[in-house]
Design a binder for this molecule. Structure first.
Ligand SMILES: C[S@@+](CC[C@H](N)C(=O)[O-])C[C@H]1O[C@@H](n2cnc3c(N)ncnc32)[C@H](O)[C@@H]1O
Length: 407
């Protein structure tokens, strides 16, 4: 989409057409297009409107009800912050007393919209002309929010008294486009030297205002967390979506933290919760009855120690995440399993064990091992009646299989 099409699509006839489209249905898109051509609409406008309709339908889960009013691009949607997460970014700025946010690389404006909806003044820029124009459209409902083309490197930030309530938000793009995965989605490769604006620019800008935040990849290296910042790994419904860095008045506690978000959960675990965790590993011949698996944000943040502390347990292998314990503790950020069997992993031994358990269908969870689950399923040739869950992982250096029951 070029700038003139954005203009046509968002004013007069084009906006009317877009808002009048029925809920997107791929099966009727062709006939709808034909009807609109018969009605006299220009083919490029129809194509653009139908694309928007499709993208809005696709965005509904990620961006919530606002998606139905937004202008979107495929890339912009892919890179946009999930609205629930964007709302939590905005809440941090509001809680810190910030009144005006400079969003420097706003994309289609998901974060910027959350800032505006939280009552903040928003000055958003994006290096890409068309993307900035789209963000400007998406920010139309808020009088005190605007977006225009510009580069983070060239921004003029307020100084002195005016800067007191100013914050900066950065969500850098990857300079080299990622590689498409099997689902056609851009694979999120992360290298600090591939960010745009650069990592150096992010840090410079963060140092120029009393409140700054940046959204980085979940792969952000722990060693790079600035000593005066808070690094917050966030998951949504179990998928780690970002590592946000917070500086200045946005810091709640310096160091690493994990935020576990979802439809029914919002909880934070901090580095201090993992302090003095028992480093002793579990032992194969002295396993306790429960296995715990923390949310992935906890693992990415390097806070498995918080789990061993919470359940008085021991890790199976350092950093993998599985913890064995004698205590039955319910945590909103970890799954619990009752362990029925543990054996050193080999196909023959596992087949015998599972046949003994009358296993038919098997759910395979694996971490820290390079076993092909589908191939293993075929090799097991199970014909029983029970559904079982097995965990394939490492206990110290040994590959093990655990038969478990989630509860
Ligand atoms: C990950 S997206 C932002 C997504 C946004 N936070 C959202 O929730 O919709 C990053 C954006 O930064 C823009 N960008 C890249 N380099 C930039 C720079 N040097 N200055 C300003 N914007 C830049 C890209 O064009 C892209 O739209």
């Amino acid at each position: 989409m070029d700038r003139s099409l954005v203009q046509r699509l968002t004013s007069g006839e084009g906006w009317g057409l877009l808002q009048s489209l029925p809920p997107y249905d791929a099966r009727s898109a062709l006939s709808l297009g034909a009807r609109l051509r018969d009605a006299g609409f220009a083919p490029d406008l129809i194509a653009a409107a139908l694309t928007q309709s499709e993208l809005r339908a696709r965005a509904a889960d990620k961006l919530g009800p606002s998606a139905a009013e937004m202008l979107l691009t495929r890339d912009g949607l892919e890179q946009a912050t999930r609205r629930t997460v964007a709302d939590s970014h905005a809440a941090r700025f509001v809680d810190a007393g910030v009144r005006q946010v400079h969003d420097l690389g706003c994309g289609i404006g998901s974060d910027a919209m959350a800032f505006a909806a939280a009552g903040l003044q928003v000055d958003a820029i994006d290096a890409d002309d068309v993307t900035a124009a789209i963000a400007a459209v998406n920010l139309r409902p808020w009088e005190r929010a605007r977006a225009e083309q510009g580069r983070a490197e060239d921004v003029t930030l307020p100084r002195g008294e005016a800067a007191r309530t100013t914050g900066v938000w950065l969500d850098p793009a990857r300079r080299t486009p990622g590689v498409a995965d099997v689902n056609g989605r851009t694979r999120r490769l992360f290298r600090l030297d591939e960010l745009s604006p650069s990592w150096q620019t992010v840090r410079d800008l963060a140092g120029r205002v009393p409140a700054a935040g940046a959204k980085l990849s979940p792969g952000f290296p722990h060693a790079q967390v600035p000593p005066d910042a808070e690094a917050e790994w966030t998951s949504y419904d179990g998928e780690v979506v970002e590592c946000a860095l917070w500086w200045g008045s946005l810091v709640r506690r310096t160091g690493r933290s994990a935020r576990v978000l979802g439809a029914r959960v919002d909880t934070t675990v901090h580095e201090s919760d993992a302090a003095d965790a028992d480093p002793t590993l579990a032992e194969l011949d002295r396993m306790n009855p429960y296995l715990y698996e923390p949310d992935r944000a906890i693992i990415r943040a390097g806070l498995v120690g918080a789990l061993t502390n919470a359940v008085d347990g021991r890790e199976l292998s350092p950093g993998l995440g599985y913890v064995n314990a004698a205590r039955d503790v319910r945590l909103p950020w970890a799954r619990r399993y009752a362990i029925t069997d543990v054996i050193p992993f080999n196909v023959k031994g596992l087949r015998a064990l599972l046949r003994d358990r009358d296993a038919g269908r098997v759910t395979i969870k694996k971490r820290g091992v390079t076993i092909d689950a589908d191939q293993l399923r075929r090799q097991l040739r199970l014909t029983g009646n029970q559904e079982v869950t097995i965990v394939l992982t490492r206990l110290r250096q040994t590959q093990v299989a655990l038969v478990v029951t989630p509860f």
